[in-house]
Design a protein around this ligand. Sequence first.
Ligand code: 6R9
Length: 652
Amino acid sequence: MTESVSSAKAQRYPIDPDIRSRAWLDEAQYHEMYQRSIEDPDGFWREQAKTLAWFREPETISRSTFSANGTDIRWFEDGTLNAAWNCLDRHLETRGDQPAIIWEGDDPADTLTLSFRELHARVGQCANALKSLGVSRGDTVTLYMPMVPEAAIAMLACARIGALHSVVFGGFSPDALAGRVQDSGSRVVITADESVRGGKHIPLKDNVDEALSREGTEIVEHVLVVRRTGGEVAWHDRDRWYHEVVDGQSDECPAEELGAEEGLFILYTSGSTGKPKGLKHTIGGYLLYTSMTHRYVFDYHDGDVYWCAADVGWITGHSYIVYGPLANGATTLMFEGVPSYPTHGRIGEVIDRHGVNILYTSPTAVRALMAHGEHIMDSSSRDSLRILGSVGEPINPEAWSWFHRVVGNGRCPIMDTWWQTETGGHMITPLPGFSEIKPGSAMKPFFGVQPALYDNEGNRLEGEASGNLVIEASWPGQARTIWHNHERFEQTYFAMHEGVYFTGDGARRDADGDYWITGRIDDVLNVSGHRLGTAEIESSLVAHEAVAEAAVVGYPHDVKGQGIYIYVTLADGVTPSEELRKELITQVRHDIGPIATPDIIQWAPGLPKTRSGKIMRRILRKIASNELDGLGDTSTLADPTVVEELIEHRPR
Ligand code: 6R9
């Protein structure tokens, strides 16, 4: 959608002088520092690394190679540190009583503030509890949690003892959870009886029980259950109440001295093919990169109250609710609920109540608010806000201006941060010290990031251009591998263009060198800012006996950004029905989760295929998007009449 905006015509929004002058860096300083980060990366990152507390400072800074057969990414490899120590212990002397986490429950009456001292104690107890269950350095622990402080506590407890957490978003189905538990090899799962969102209870523990009845999950020995609602749950021998195991433990748990390249966590994300990939992030580079981006991009200063309204189940929650902010000694707000409950003014009310200065959210959330009209913000002043942030998908001009004008009272610049699970932290983003930003553009690379545009033939494009967005050299926050599948890591990210990291996104660079992300160019959907692989949804559908073949594409959706459009060819003798449509929707929700709920199902007697049998998704995407003029060349199709048939019988 941003493609249509040419740079000459692009709107420009000057950043308020007060905000600019307060920023850590002005534009000239950014350019100077960026230049240095590219010309002398080792010197640059050696200096930056001093912002972390190391047991042993690294001598070696970076040794990384990108290749389809031999990718090796290492940062600070001879340094030793502990992420939890950096997020907690080192702040105790200077800010022990400062709020570390402000928790706002689904019900506005439920709030809790944990100071750094309190959080440190709780993490120590949880770490000791994990040890008592036999968890040790290098093990993985799966977290399937509501947005409660225990989620962050458990993450940091793992980090403290050198175990890797694998957080699975609470909206994933038991099957999706089972696959992730199995792949990660977790012997311990931490969950809650139920989560609460918008007044509704979601049975997390039941989902865990169902997941653990699946083959391949027998390795799980213990399930720790946080009592969130007191709702009824079934009980197995492996189950223990979190409070019963944790509360009696000592607060003191020594932070393990860990190598910078030891694992911090695994996080599963969808790709264009196959099952979700468990991306592995390591300690030193990730922590440095997330803390540094958090400080500069959100212009975090001591005393600020910062709110990232994501879920800890996604990378945004990992990097910008937990690790980046806490490493900086920031006060991070954690919100359990939804923006529409109990009223549509909730976001603004939370901001006023806690004096939030920085709000980081998604275009989808903004569009959902927009749909209810400006008056929903009348219940709050939001005077405390200084900086807004956006992440997850391209932000359309309407959502940008509403976010800016209505939520931010026209005063707060929007940091449109482009990045990915794989990148660990912000990659292309404006900074609050810039003199102006262009709505819809992610603007400039962060320090050490070398973006470039390639065409499909592998030519590097110069100047103003559109192409495949790649990154030409490693940066500290980069994922190191796919859990137990390094070859897939190399094939997915380093085979498309040899020697560079392929992002899967398309982008345009304008005459000023600013980047405009145009969206995925592979078969990955972005639904409400959530990544979903078309292949995952298709394999769920074809598992149904009535389905012979299925093809899934995205189409523009007013609120979700992209909706899920499915073409289904039924097995011989099966007739389409409303009942079958519902069954297929249920099947996908069951296999993946409610976030993958199909929007439109079209019965397709045939799918457009090349003579070699490849489904022409390009054509299916056009039909789904109602772009019938641009169908392009259909002459290579085995049977061109299929296309006419699909156009004629579109369900809308
Ligand atoms: C952080 C996160 C990554 C994909 C990414 C891109 C899209 C994220 C964006 C954006 C345009 C932005 N994306 N931020 N597109 N502008 N500011 O979202 O990680 O869940 O891995 O998704 O999201 O397509 O490739 P993840």
